[in-house]
Structure formats: structure tokens, C-alpha cells
Design a protein around this ligand. Structure first.
Ligand SMILES: [Zn+2]
Ligand SMILES: [Zn+2]
Length: 883
């Protein structure tokens, strides 16, 4: 039963991480008995390595799934990664750039090969890291969004949606990134508040000399592409302009004045310019009025030939020149500063250009209706529930989803274009000839699908769909999804739509949305701030279990998680405390030659009586009652995703009940030489049960100690990870024992507090007297020997009121008087006197500063504040000193 002096998690964590996988205990079986509890991982990008946000997410998932597994549920945690189209393509393009190669020189096929090669070399990083951190996934079911099976699902979904008319190809305004050279979805556009300008430009009205309309724009260069100006039909100021035209300055083009709702009479002059090729609202207005689209900016962000004298200029240079020319012609009315939200590419920060292009779209409205209904009827629950509002807001205003991307890495769109008759053929497999004209001159659409298209199918494509597999029948719908709010629309909402459409059922029954991990100042972690916590560094330093515990402690639903070095340090101290407790247990087991022991029936153990007294020792009754309470709280908290409560409950139990009181009381019992048989079995059973309660949160430490507790013999079951999770049992609750030990704790705490407050040496034995006028004095009498040893006080017990004394302290139950010996009293008096002098000096100093007007006018407020706080603190200490 030897156990190392120091808790060194690196010594055993790698061993168990590998052993869990080798032993196959996390492998799911559709045929296994028990209630089903399944969950798919939010697939991390294959380019990624684990960051602290992943570790939080994976810890929460792991705690829940381990808890369910210990319940005996048929659990599945399905892991995998996402091919992350644009992110991965950029990583490999950067690598190629280092070799001086452009992907276009390489060609599509060779480029794709390079990405696969990169994936083979680096794509496993996340998996290795997850194994290291103890994630209890079923790695035999690991999936990748570009696996053949998942790709088949993608083609199947595409074809079915197309056949249903829910996928179409069309011209539409998309967000275009001139750097990445691809369309990006609304969600991939980052919006930054910047200080821009509003340029007011006047256009002369034809046939009405001296009459102008003034429009305001934040992007004056787009005026080159104006094909109308609009006024609101109800705007009386412009009734005389109905049916007229204006002359577009710089381009000298005659354009109509149209009547449209796009012009808001309340905003500015009430006249707006209409540029259908470069603004979404204008594009839609243009469609309503059959206006031509004049594209003046090209996909590279340069001006087109249609921009006349500005052709080939960069769009920002064109803006400068357009403004200058307008001013020179006297058509610039004014310029004002204007705060605007500038859309940039989330990946590369380039300013996004709205452009019209031909893309593939999913018609989302009919899909969204079902997904809204699923949430409204509670078939999908959000925790915390306030996320429903965010979800609904987006779903009710959903726009068609542009799913084509001009990239090479991803699922290529299963559509072929006929070179002869321009027919478009959408099919599961490449067609050999055009069904319309018979030509074999077919080329596949060059675009790939938005990476979220395949992620949207993840809960069923990973389980074998479109085949009807046993896994699908058993594990779909999944029970739970744990994810971050940032992908609520990208992913959660789309999974809901696709799951309902193709499986006829929700993809998950509950969605738990976790918070962000922040630093000690509650700041977001970011590379630029330099406050990023690397999970691999901190788990190396503190141990995986300690970091998990530190994360869980802050993980209250609906809040962000503050992770500090102090919290991780104290969590390591917590692990160390448990380690030391087990050291004490193991050493005593060996000393008393007791057989190491784990009860045969883990679920029904009851504390046993001592052979000599035929009674169950009071401390054993108490600890089992407390343990029972802890089990009840942990189960309830886990049921409600209150991870912080699980962590705090376990912490309190181990530290403040098991270690601080129970083991101390046990030590006394063993010193008396009694309780070596039954007492030991009770202690070991309590410790073993507590380890099982802690196991989901701290799997490594508990596995290590649990296996050692079995003394190296084979355990049944083979791992604590599949031993039953302790449940509340009424027969273990013992209110009498709880009351007795509470009274004992109260007296010992009273004596310790009195010693500390009076600055007495804790090792110095004292005598004292305890007064109480109620029945609790009888309970104190029963435990007087233990109280005396734990508090290091020789006590007299009285059933009446106490005399007034110097060293005295009271609670509702008791008055305690300590007799301080002459010598100590003298020393104590001197110490107090010295302390008083120092406090008086400090108070005088602080008061002087706070009365100094010059100082007050110059010092920063936080300095003054801290002096005030200190002063209050000194005064408080002085009050105590004088007592
Ligand atoms: Zn970009
Ligand atoms: Zn054809």
C-alpha cells in the first residue's frame, strides 16, 4: 500500500489516458442495455489545436457523459473533426507560399492532395490532446466531415433538397471577400464600429433648372453605378418630382427618380441613391423596378470599365478621386463624420464588398418553420432558456443561405454543366452524358459547399445516414449538445433544420450553451492581449484534474468562466489534500495489518457496528449521512448542468468534512486502539464512495486511488469510470449524528477562534469552561474527550450562566471561557499593547493624508479609496484589540 509522498499527476495521468482507451470502456454498443444517452462533439477544425475554450467544453461534456455512464446508461460520445474549408485552405496556402508556390500554379488536384497530406501529418493534434485530457469518447466511431460516408450524406442531402426545390442557383447579392476570392456567408462577416464619413451629394433634376436632390452615402465611389434615385411615394416634398429623371454627375447618365419604400422620409433628405450592383437593399429595390445592375467594382476590389475614367483603380483610391471630382464640380454639399458598422472578412479582415454573383442557395424559410416549432413545443430545450429568444430572432428573419464557396477544399457541388446546351444536372454520381442533348461534354461545378453544410448533417451523417443503421436507430436523436453561443446560427440552428427535414426528428433534445473562459480581470482571452491560457501548459503544471476542477468551479449556467492561476493552484491543493488523505488511510491500513478492501456491493453498503460495543461509531454514521447529502446534491446539480455546484459540493465534502473532521476523529479513535476492524471498513467504504462521486470531475486522480484501494487486485468493475455513481439512500440520512457532530464542531471551532483572536499559541494546552443552559451540554459531555483533544483544551462543563471573563466567546448554544496561564497572559498583554500602538500610528497617518487637501486634489481616486479602506480596517482591528 505504499503511496508516494507527493501528488504528481504526470506520473499516472498518461497511463490511465491510454488504459481507458485500450480497455474499451468508452466504446459504445447499440446493443448495450440501459437508457440511451448520446452526444456528438462540436467537431473542432482539423487545423486546430486545443484551446482553453475546447477544454471547458470537453470537460463539461465529459463530466456529464461520465456521470451518465456510471449510471449504467448506454452512452456514446462521438468525436471527430471538421474539414473547415476556408480555414484549412488558408493554412495550406500559407505553407505553399513559403515554398514560393501559388495554388493556381499547382492545379486543383495537386492542391487537394497537398491538403490531404497536411491533414495526415497534422490533423490528429486535437485527437491526441483530447486523449491526453481524458475525454471519454468512443474513438472507434471517430468521424471527419470529408469521410466517404459523410460525403455521401452531403450529396444525398443536396440532391434531395434540389429536387424539392429547396436548393436553387441564382443571382444574388453576396458578401464577397476580394482577398479570399470567395463569397462568404452573412455570419462570416465581422462587423466593426468605425468612424466613417457621410458624403452629401447633389444630383441635378433634368428639365428643372436649379432643382437638385441631395443623397447621402458612406461609399461615394458606388455612385458611379447608380441606376436610379428613390423617394418615398408618401413624401410630399418630392411630389413635383414624380416621373422625372436626374443627371448622374461624373458619369453624365440620365437615371430615373423612382417611388419606393427604400427611401425613408425620416432619414436625411428622404432621397436615396440606388446602386443595385453594390448594396443588398438597392439590389432588391432594383428588382422591384427592373433597374439595370451596373457593376463598377470587380471581384478583386478594383473599378471596372463601367466606372469610366475610374476604371482599374483600387476601390478606395477611386473613392478619393470621386470625392475630389464631385467637390470640384460643386456637387459635394457637405461631409460629416459618421459612425458606421464596417463589414470585414472574419478570416482575413479585408473589407467585404457586396457583389452580385451566381451562387447556390438553400431556401431556408420552409426548413426554419419546423425548427422554430421544435423549440416552441419544447422538443428542443435550451439551457439557459434565454437563448431561445436569440435563436427565434434569427430564425424568424432568416434569409436564404448562400452555400457555394469559390474554394478547392471541401465537398464539391454535385452539379454538372453541359458544354453544349448549358443544362445543369444535379446528381448523386457523375453523369456520363447530358440528359437533354446527349452530349458528353460535361464539367462539374467548380465550387465547393460552405463548410457548415456538412456540419449541419453531423448528428445523423456520423451515425451512418443515408443507410438505416442500428446506430441511427439507437442513438438518434442525440440527448444533448454542449456548445458555445458563437455557433448558435452557424451550426445549432442549421442542424435543427436539417435533422427535422431528413430524420423527421430533432437532432438533440437539449442544448446547453456554455460561457467564455476569461482571465482574472474578466477580459476575453486573445493572442493580442497575451492573456491566453494554453491548456497543455497548465495541465502539465497543475495536472489535468486540477485544471478541470478550476474550470468547473466557475461554470455556472449563463455566466462566463474566470480562470486564474490562483484557482488552478488551489485546485491542485485540493487534489493534493485528497492524495494526502489516502496516504494516511493506506499507511494506517498497513500498520494495522487490515486487508485492503472495497465493498462487494457498491450500492448497498451500510456502516457496520464495532464488534466490542455493537454500535456504529458516531463519526461513521455522520460521514455516511453527509456523503448521502453530497450524493443527492451532486446528482441534482449534474441533472441541471450546474457544474459549479458539483465542484463546490465535492470540494466542501472532501476538504471540510472528510479531511478536516472525519479523519481527525478517526485518528483519535485509532489512537484509543479501538475500531480497527469495522471502523476501517466504514472508513474505506466512505472514501471509496466519495471517490466515485468525484470521478466524473477528476477522473485521473480517482482512478489512481481507486485502483490502489483495491491493493493491485483486479477490481470489479475494471474501472471506477464504470462503477455505479452513488445515489441518495434514505436509510443513510442520520439527523441525530449530524446534530451531535455539529455541536462538537461548534465547540472546537469556538475554542480555535478564541485562541486565534487572542493571539494565543495554538500548541499551548489550556484549561477552560463551557457553559450552556440547554440540552446540548449533554451532547458535549458525551464527546468531551474528542473535543479536548481536537481543541487542545481541558474543559469543565457547566449547565449554568458563565461569569464575565477576558478570554470568552459565545454562540447561540454555548459560552466558552478559556483560562489563560499567567505567563501567556503577560506575553499576550504585551503583544496586544504593541499592536495597539502600531494601529494608532497607522490611523493617525491615514487620517492626516485624508485631511490633506493638496494630496486629495492630486491623488488618483483609487489611491484615495484604498487609503479609506485601510483606515476602516485599522479602526476595526483597534476595536478588537481593545476588547
Ligand atoms: Zn478574406
Ligand atoms: Zn446538354
Amino acid at each position: 500500500m505504499q503511496i508516494e509522498k507527493v501528488y504528481e499527476p504526470r506520473r499516472f495521468e498518461p497511463h490511465w489516458a491510454q488504459w481507458w482507451i485500450d480497455s474499451g470502456i468508452f466504446r459504445a454498443s447499440a446493443k448495450a442495455p440501459g437508457r440511451v444517452f448520446s452526444l456528438v462533439i462540436p467537431p473542432p477544425n482539423v487545423t486546430g489545436s486545443l484551446h482553453i475554450g475546447h477544454m471547458l467544453e470537453h470537460t463539461e461534456i465529459d463530466v456529464t457523459i461520465r456521470w451518465r455512464r456510471m449510471f449504467g446508461d448506454n452512452t456514446l460520445w462521438l468525436p471527430g473533426t471538421d474539414h473547415a474549408g476556408i480555414a484549412t485552405q488558408m493554412v495550406v496556402e500559407r505553407k505553399l507560399a513559403e515554398e514560393g508556390i501559388n495554388r493556381r500554379d499547382l492545379g486543383r488536384e495537386k492542391f487537394e492532395q497537398r491538403v490531404w497530406q497536411w491533414k495526415a501529418e497534422s490533423g490528429d493534434t486535437i485527437k491526441r490532446q483530447m486523449i491526453q485530457l481524458g475525454a471519454s469518447c468512443d474513438w472507434s466511431r471517430e468521424r471527419f466531415t470529408l469521410d466517404p460516408g459523410l460525403s455521401r450524406a452531403v450529396r444525398e442531402v443536396f440532391v434531395r433538397l434540389y429536387e424539392k426545390g429547396l436548393i436553387y442557383r441564382g443571382e444574388y447579392m453576396v458578401n464577397w471577400c476580394p482577398r479570399c476570392q470567395t463569397a462568404i456567408s452573412d455570419l462570416e462577416v465581422a462587423h466593426n464600429d468605425v468612424e466613417g464619413h457621410l458624403w452629401h451629394i447633389r444630383y441635378p433634376v433634368n428639365g428643372m433648372p436649379g432643382r437638385y436632390v441631395t443623397v447621402a452615402t458612406t461609399r461615394p465611389e458606388t455612385m458611379l453605378g447608380d441606376t436610379a434615385v428613390a423617394v418615398n411615394p408618401s413624401d410630399e416634398r418630392y411630389f413635383d418630382l414624380h416621373g422625372k429623371t436626374v443627371q448622374l454627375p461624373l458619369m453624365d447618365r440620365e437615371i430615373p427618380i423612382i417611388l419606393d419604400q427604400v427611401a425613408d422620409p425620416e432619414f436625411g433628405t428622404g432621397v436615396v441613391k440606388v446602386t443595385p450592383a453594390h448594396d443588398l437593399n438597392d439590389f432588391e429595390a432594383g428588382r422591384r423596378h427592373n433597374l439595370p445592375n451596373i457593376q463598377v467594382i470587380d471581384p478583386n476590389g478594383n473599378m471596372t470599365a463601367a466606372a469610366g475614367p475610374y476604371a482599374e483603380l483600387d476601390r478606395f483610391e477611386a473613392r478619393r478621386r470621386v470625392v475630389a471630382a464631385l467637390e470640384a464640380a460643386g456637387n459635394l454639399v457637405k461631409v460629416e463624420p459618421y459612425a458606421l458598422s464596417l463589414g470585414t472578412c472574419q478570416r482575413c479582415k479585408t473589407v467585404v464588398e457586396p457583389l452580385i454573383s451566381t451562387q447556390w442557395f438553400v431556401r431556408t424559410k420552409p426548413l426554419a418553420e419546423k425548427a422554430i416549432d421544435a423549440v416552441e413545443t419544447g422538443r428542443i430545450q435550451f439551457i439557459p432558456a434565454n437563448w431561445i429568444k436569440t435563436y427565434n430572432e434569427w430564425m424568424y428573419n432568416i434569409r436564404d443561405w448562400c452555400i457555394s464557396r469559390q474554394l478547392w477544399w471541401g465537398h464539391r457541388i454535385p452539379a454538372w454543366h453541359c458544354g453544349e446546351c448549358r443544362e445543369i444536372i444535379v446528381a448523386r454520381e457523375a453523369p456520363s452524358s447530358c440528359p437533354r442533348c446527349g452530349s458528353a461534354n460535361l464539367t462539374q461545378d467548380p465550387d465547393v459547399l460552405d463548410t457548415w453544410f456538412s456540419s449541419a448533417l453531423w448528428p445523423f451523417s456520423t451515425l451512418g445516414w443515408p443507410a438505416s443503421t442500428e446506430d441511427l436507430a439507437v442513438y438518434y436523436p442525440t440527448s444533448l449538445l454542449i456548445t458555445g453561443f458563437d455557433i448558435l446560427f452557424f451550426w445549432v440552428a442549421r442542424m435543427a433544420m436539417m435533422g427535422l427535414e431528413f430524420m423527421g426528428d430533432v437532432p438533440f433534445r437539449q442544448v446547453y450553451i456554455h460561457g467564455l473562459v476569461r482571465d482574472a480581470e474578466r477580459q476575453k482571452m486573445s493572442k493580442t492581449r497575451g492573456n491566453v491560457v494554453d491548456p497543455l501548459v497548465v495541465t502539465e503544471k497543475y495536472g489535468t484534474d486540477a485544471v478541470r476542477m478550476a474550470l468547473l468551479q466557475g461554470a455556472a449556467p449563463g455566466t462566463d468562466i474566470v480562470l486564474t492561476e490562483e484557482r488552478m493552484e488551489s485546485s491542485r491543493a485540493f487534489a493534493n489534500k485528497i492524495w494526502n488523505a489516502s496516504r494516511f488511510l493506506f499507511m494506517n491500513i498497513e500498520r494495522s495489518a487490515v486487508e485492503p478492501w472495497v465493498p462487494d456491493s457498491l450500492e448497498t453498503f451500510l456502516p457496520e457496528a464495532e464488534a466490542d460495543s455493537l454500535e456504529v461509531p458516531i463519526e461513521d454514521r455522520w460521514i455516511f449521512s453527509r456523503l448521502n447529502n453530497c450524493a443527492e446534491q451532486c446528482n441534482r446539480a449534474l441533472e441541471n448542468y450546474r457544474y459549479h455546484e458539483v465542484a463546490q459540493t465535492l470540494w466542501h465534502f472532501f476538504w471540510h468534512e472528510f479531511c478536516d473532521w472525519y479523519l481527525e476523529l478517526k485518528k483519535l479513535r485509532f489512537q484509543e486502539g479501538s475500531g480497527l476492524d469495522a471502523g476501517w471498513r466504514n472508513t474505506l467504504a466512505a472514501f471509496e464512495t466519495a471517490l466515485r462521486l468525484l470521478s466524473p470531475a477528476m477522473p485521473f486522480l480517482t482512478e489512481e486511488l481507486w485502483q490502489r484501494l483495491a491493493g493491485g487486485r483486479p477490481t470489479r468493475p475494471v474501472s471506477i469510470a464504470i462503477a455505479p455513481y452513488p445515489q441518495y439512500r434514505q436509510e443513510l440520512t442520520d439527523f441525530d449524528a449530524e446534530r451531535e457532530i455539529a455541536i462538537l464542531q461548534e465547540i472546537v471551532t469556538l475554542a480555535r477562534t478564541l485562541r486565534t483572536e487572542s493571539k494565543l499559541d495554538p500548541k499551548q494546552p489550556l484549561t477552560g469552561a463551557l457553559y450552556s443552559r440547554n440540552s446540548s451540554v449533554e451532547i458535549a459531555r458525551r464527546h468531551v474527550s474528542a473535543i479536548q483533544k481536537l481543541a487542545n483544551v481541558q474543559l469543565e462543563l457547566h449547565g449554568d450562566a458563565p461569569p464575565k471573563a477576558a478570554a470568552m466567546r459565545s454562540t447561540a448554544q454555548f459560552d466558552l471561557v478559556l483560562h489563560v496561564p499567567q505567563q501567556q497572559e503577560e506575553a499576550h498583554r504585551k503583544r496586544l499593547e504593541k499592536e495597539r500602538e502600531q494601529l494608532e500610528r497607522n490611523i493617525a497617518n491615514s487620517e492626516r493624508q485624508l485631511n490633506d487637501q493638496v494630496f486629495l486634489s492630486k491623488a488618483p481616486p483609487h489611491v484615495i479609496d484604498s487609503i479609506r479602506k485601510k483606515l476602516a480596517d485599522y479602526q476595526e482591528q483597534l476595536k478588537k484589540n481593545l476588547r
